[in-house]
Design a protein around this ligand. Structure first.
Ligand SMILES: [Zn+2]
Length: 246
C-alpha cells in the first residue's frame, strides 16, 4: 500500500503517528510524509528563513529513519489557511503519494495549522482523482478513495480514540525520528513546561492502557460518503475501541 501522513509542522507526524508509520515501513509499505508548513517560527533565536532550512533538513533525516519520502509544501508556520492555493498544493501532494491510506490532524486540534490541514485533507483528498482540477501531476486514475484517519492530539486533549495501533515494537524508532528534529530540543519545555520524552511516552502508555497493550497510538477514522469502509488497513493487529464514539 501507499501510506501518506500529512502533518502541519516538521515534527508532528513523528510525534503523533511515528510508531504507526514505522510499522507500515517495516511491513514493506511505501510511506510518504507531507509537511504543510516550513516551521519558520520554530526558534527564538534563529531567523525565519534559516530555521526553515534547518527544519527541512531535519525533517528529511527523520523521514529517512524509516525510508519515508518527504513532500514539503513550505507554507508559513502558523499561517496556513484553507485557500485555493493550499488546496491545490495538498491535491498535488495526494497525487504524488497516490495513497491507499491517509493520516492527518484531528479537525479540532489545538493549533490552527493542525486543524486547518486536517480539514483540507478530510475534505479534499478525493479531488486528487478529478482530472479537471489541474496540478503538476496528473489526476489519480484508479478512482479509489483512500481511508482517512485522524491522529491523536498533544497529550490526547479533546480526542476520543476509536482505534489503536500497538507501537510497543517501534516506540524507540519513533523517539529516534522525533530526536532528529534537533533544533526543537528544549522547545517543548520552554513553551509548555515539560520534557519531550514525557510528551511522547506518557500518551503512548495511556493509550496503551486503553488498548490493552504496553504502548499505543490512537486514531479516529473519517466517516464520509465513499469512506464508510468495513475494514481498517492499519498495521500490527489494530484494536478497535469497545464503544464507537459519536
Ligand atoms: Zn504542530
Amino acid at each position: 500500500m501507499n501510506v501518506l501522513f500529512v502533518g502541519a509542522h516538521p515534527d508532528d507526524i513523528e510525534a503523533f503517528a511515528g510508531g504507526t508509520a514505522a510499522l507500515y515501513a517495516r511491513d514493506g509499505h511505501s510511506v510518504s510524509f507531507c509537511i504543510a508548513t516550513n516551521g519558520n517560527v520554530g526558534s527564538r533565536t534563529v531567523p525565519p528563513e534559516e530555521i526553515a532550512e534547518i527544519r527541512r533538513a531535519e525533517a528529511g533525516r527523520a523521514a529517512a529513519v524509516i525510508g519515508a519520502r518527504l513532500i514539503w509544501l513550505g507554507f508559513d508556520d502558523e499561517f496556513l489557511f484553507d485557500t485555493r492555493e493550499t488546496r491545490l498544493a495538498f491535491i498535488e501532494a495526494f497525487r504524488q503519494a497516490d495513497p491507499d491510506v491517509v493520516f492527518c490532524h484531528w479537525r479540532q486540534d489545538y493549533n490552527p495549522d493542525h486543524s486547518i490541514s486536517g480539514q483540507i485533507v478530510d475534505e479534499c483528498v478525493h479531488m486528487a482523482g478529478i482530472p479537471n482540477i489541474a496540478t503538476a501531476t496528473p489526476a489519480i486514475q484508479t478512482g479509489r478513495i483512500p481511508h482517512v484517519y485522524f491522529m491523536d492530539t498533544p497529550a490526547g486533549v479533546g480526542f476520543e480514540p476509536e482505534i489503536y495501533v500497538d507501537i510497543t515494537e517501534t516506540f524507540a524508532t519513533k523517539v529516534r525520528m522525533v530526536a532528529a528534529h534537533k533544533s526543537q530540543d528544549g522547545w517543548m519545555k520552554e513553551m509548555f513546561g515539560y520534557e519531550l520524552e514525557a510528551f511522547l511516552e506518557i500518551p503512548a502508555r495511556f493509550r496503551g492502557l486503553q488498548a490493552g497493550c504496553s504502548l499505543a497510538e490512537a486514531f479516529r477514522p473519517s466517516y464520509r460518503w465513499g469512506r464508510t469502509f468495513t475494514h481498517h488497513p492499519l498495521p500490527n493487529g489494530c484494536r478497535e475501541a469497545a464503544v464507537r464514539r459519536v
